[in-house]
Design a binder for this molecule. Structure first.
Ligand SMILES: NC(=O)c1ccc[n+]([C@@H]2O[C@H](COP(=O)([O-])OP(=O)(O)OC[C@H]3O[C@@H](n4cnc5c(N)ncnc54)[C@H](O)[C@@H]3O)[C@@H](O)[C@H]2O)c1
Ligand SMILES: O=C(O)[C@H](O)COP(=O)(O)O
Length: 579
């Protein structure tokens, strides 16, 4: 006869949902600011006033600009969200320093190369960006640099301000009829293309992932990089900084371009090898460059290979800096951060799968079931690790069911009691992988009108604290939702019907008269009320499982006494902390 008492998971109950709050549990799968109090949002770089005003309606705003890395680390420990632009380096140390408090990082702009996404994901912190609001501003700046460079505007201006009237040195080059090669044909690249065409340029582009049809629709020919390099008179760079694009424009690439071509970069400094560009300019292979972005920002002026050259036009990362764009970016990022803090899944999430609102709505009732099944199943495992588990979905939807949210919540239930990490949609799969847990998903045909008629979980182990939960060599549970409440419907090979919330007492017994009353008496002696009871048996007088929902957990002594009752084979108390 086995007897186990599982302790209450204080951490979980401390942030538990109320019955009426169950609807919001899915939402809080993603992020969760402390309920009841306003979240604190640290804004570490200048953000448009409209965004700050919006933010103040829902959050305590700490606008602290120019923080040192140490100051930033101290502040994130007191912040639920952080909003940055490109200057704040959100490193692993920053995430670790937040000690789990930081739920969301909002990048008020597009490029997220200043945010350590791996660390964010590992820490369960959602990263959102503002992908659209500065597109036009960046494209306009690209065109401004193209024109300024072609007509030596900056150099001529500087010369006049030195009292010179020099009409010979600054003779420019015409744009009309020239070929502009766009490298990175995304949002900004395609807007630059439209504008360059308006200036009478022929536009070609290289982007390994862009759609040729979309390019064709705006009169742009997509072609391989080498063809672009051979044909472009002007190169306008618009790809993100990634390991695959770092130093993409290097000695080898500069050697392939048409002699005397010009280059504009409003993407990221790191996509150009700056020393190689300086060599190409020295050799006349590139005749001019116009750069908004730099490998290090701000660049180290002294001895910098590019900043001080007359054939390079420089701006200090101004692409997104128009009044209009900054207002729009601020609104776009504040919307995304506030939504995320309120638990809504964000369309601007960078490190979490997007779950569309309609999918979220229909899965909502099953979120608590998924988490509860995961938690219950792992509570039944014995000492030691397990490696394989499966989640079973009974659904009329077949393979079309979007299971990511459900899987994440099963994993939340499985992992959260055994790790200090907050498990959510952002990091659930990663944390399971790190723990060496393989998750298989199985879809079975379901009945009824709901998206799911039931869910199951199997942990492939016979190492259990309650052998009644074993079925065919695995700890096996099934559940479903009844009137919005998650129910356990099967334990091992026994059908039961008990709400999967609060405290549960599981008993394996030989079916016989008087046992239910005997258990109830033992619990009553401790003034413990039974809220639900369900007995599943293979047949009269045969093996059975009694599942009791109880209002408060009995003492270990009472569970021990129950387990010694005549006919009882094992008893297990566990706290299923849905509430
Ligand atoms: N200077 C600024 O202030 C400023 C403002 C806005 C955007 N940006 C930067 O511009 C870049 C583009 O922004 P976006 O909004 O157009 O992004 P986007 O995601 O819409 O477009 C990027 C494009 O680059 C393509 N790409 C990826 N790898 C590539 C490769 N190896 N070669 C060629 N193309 C590749 C992608 O397929 C995508 O189409 C980002 O780095 C962003 O940070 C800078
Ligand atoms: O990626 C971006 O959105 C731009 O580089 C803008 O950066 P900023 O917000 O620092 O101006």
């Amino acid at each position: 006869m086995q007897l186990h008492q599982l302790g209450r998971n204080a951490q979980l109950s401390a942030r538990g949902a109320t019955r009426s709050g169950r609807v919001s549990r899915a939402a809080r799968t993603v992020v969760r600011a402390d309920a009841g109090s306003k979240p604190t949002v640290l804004v570490s770089e200048k953000l448009g006033a409209a965004g700050i005003d919006m933010l103040k309606k829902t959050a305590n705003v700490d606008a602290s600009y120019g923080l040192s890395p140490e100051e930033l680390k101290a502040k994130v420990a007191l912040s639920d969200a952080l909003i940055v632009r490109s200057a704040t380096k959100v490193t692993r140390e920053v995430f670790e320093a937040s000690k789990g408090r930081l739920k969301v990082v909002g990048r008020a702009g597009v490029g997220i190369d200043n945010v350590d996404l791996v660390a964010a994901t590992e820490c369960g912190c959602l990263v959102v960006n503002a992908p659209t609001a500065n597109t036009i501003a960046a494209a306009e700046h690209g065109i401004a640099l193209l024109c300024a460079m072609a007509r030596n505007v900056a150099q001529a201006d500087a010369s006049m301000k030195m009292g010179k009237w020099d009409r010979n040195t600054y003779v420019g080059t015409s744009l009309t009829g020239k070929t502009v090669a766009i490298i990175g044909f995304g949002k900004v690249g395609s807007e630059v293309a439209r504008r360059a065409k308006g200036l009478g340029c022929k536009v070609i582009a290289y982007d390994p992932f862009a759609s040729a049809e979309m390019a064709k629709a705006i009169g742009v020919t997509l072609m391989p990089l080498d063809d672009c390099l051979a044909q472009g008179d002007f190169f306008s760079l618009h790809m993100p900084l990634l390991p695959t694009t770092k130093n993409l424009f290097n000695d080898e690439v500069f050697a392939k371009i048409k002699k005397g071509a010009r280059i504009i970069n409003v993407a990221r400094g790191g996509v150009i090898d700056e020393a190689a560009l300086a060599r190409a300019l020295d050799a006349g292979q590139v005749s001019q460059a116009a750069l908004d972005v730099w490998a290090d920002e701000p660049p180290k002026w002294e001895g910098h290979p590019l900043v001080n050259r007359p054939d390079v036009v420089c701006t200090p990362h101004l692409g997104a800096s128009t009044t209009e764009a900054q207002e729009d970016v601020a609104i776009e990022i504040v919307d995304a951060v506030v939504d995320a803090l309120m638990g809504k899944l964000s369309a601007n999430a960078v490190n979490a799968p997007m779950v569309p609102a309609e999918v979220l709505k229909e899965l909502q009732p099953f979120i608590a079931l998924a988490e509860g099944l995961g938690k219950a199943a792992v509570s039944l495992t014995g000492e030691g690790a397990f490696t394989d588990m499966s989640v079973i979905y009974q659904t009329p939807r077949g393979d079309d069911l979007d299971t990511r949210l459900l899987r994440a919540n099963v994993l939340k239930g499985v992992l959260e009691g055994t790790t200090t990490a907050m498990v959510n949609l952002v990091n659930a799969d990663l944390l399971a992988k790190k723990r060496g847990i393989n998750v298989a998903e199985v879809t079975e045909s379901g009945t009824g009108n709901d998206v799911l008629s039931g869910m199951g979980i199997k942990i492939q182990t016979t190492n259990t604290k309650f052998s009644g939960a074993l079925d065919k060599g695995a700890i096996s549970l099934q559940g479903s939702v009844r009137n919005g409440i998650p129910f356990l419907t099967r334990i091992g090979s026994f059908d039961v019907e008990v709400a999967l919330e609060g405290s549960l007492l599981l008993i394996r017994q030989i079916d016989q008269p008087g046992l239910v009353a005997a258990v109830a008496t033992k619990l009553a002696n401790e003034k413990i009320n039974i809220s639900f009871m369900s007995v599943g048996r293979t047949g009269a007088g045969q093996e059975a499982i009694m599942a009791c929902g109880i209002d408060s957990p009995p003492s270990a002594a009472t569970v021990s006494e129950i387990s010694k009752l005549n006919g009882i084979q094992e008893a297990l108390m566990f706290i299923e902390t849905q509430n």
